[in-house]
Design a protein. Structure first.
Length: 253
């Protein structure tokens, strides 16, 4: 959320000359807008789903984010979440390091960059990997449509054991809309992961969700129905890819 500083000058005038001088004084004391924007937030979710697959064994997760963006369009983001230890060989954290560039022309926004998935405490295993991405979104009235492509080139962290390195492609489409004159928003998502790789649980699969959110000032409460056509069984026997309801409560600054 962009923070703006607005200054007001209140003056009492007793002569025409003072009335003329007041607007000029207001312009002189107005603070220039910053080229840098800092945003962040924290969220509690009932289940952290990554492309439809639970990363927390269908349990709660705590997430946080911090971003710095420049008016030119360049930005850097750090995003983190708690995870279950089956995701990355014993690690209980996922930290995403993101650097990108975003440009809006008319109602169309192009966003591209690279995302690095870092799993601290993974007991020496090769679990970290990089994934370039690009998306194109177009807004018409209250509705925004977006298509996204994420491609992770061949890396050891993505191997299923058949080959020394594997790559992964993820294509997705999203629709979102704010309900006019209300704090309610709705969303829908469909994506497909092309395998085989560690991210595709051995083969390709599709994921989808529909959601509803309610925002008041800096607070957002949301609920999503999430499902996939894949099968991933966790070490304790849960199906992490099975359909489920995900709730969330977040605050932004």
């Amino acid at each position: 959320m962009r923070k703006k500083i607005v200054q007001a000058l209140v003056a009492a005038a007793v002569a025409p000359a003072a009335l003329i001088a007041t607007p000029a004084a207001a312009e002189d004391t107005a603070a220039p807008s910053s080229a840098i924007t800092v945003t962040g937030g924290a969220t509690l979710v009932s289940d952290y789903r990554f492309r439809g697959i639970s990363q927390t064994n269908k349990r709660f997760a705590v997430q946080g984010t911090f971003s710095i963006s420049h008016e030119s369009g360049f930005y850097a983001t750090v995003w983190g979440s708690s995870i279950d230890d089956y995701v990355a060989n014993g690690s209980d954290q996922e930290i995403d390091l993101i650097a990108g560039y975003k440009k809006t022309i008319g109602g169309t926004t192009i966003d591209g960059g690279i995302l690095y998935y870092y799993y601290p405490g993974s007991h020496g295993a090769n679990t970290d990997f990089a994934e370039p991405y690009i998306s194109v979104a177009h807004t018409l009235g209250p509705v925004t449509a977006k298509v996204t492509a994420n491609y992770a080139p061949k890396q050891k962290a993505l191997t299923t054991g058949v080959r020394p390195k594997e790559d992964n492609l993820y294509l997705a489409g999203d629709l979102s809309a704010g309900v006019p004159s209300t704090p309610v928003s709705v969303s829908a998502h469909f994506g497909h992961s092309f395998g085989p790789s560690y991210l595709t649980i051995g083969k390709g699969y599709s994921d989808w969700n529909v959601g509803l959110s309610y925002t008041v000032k800096n607070f957002t409460v949301g609920v999503q129905y999430v499902d996939t056509d894949g099968t991933f069984i966790t070490p304790n026997g849960r199906n992490a890819s099975k359909a489920g309801i995900v709730g969330s409560v977040g605050v932004a600054f």
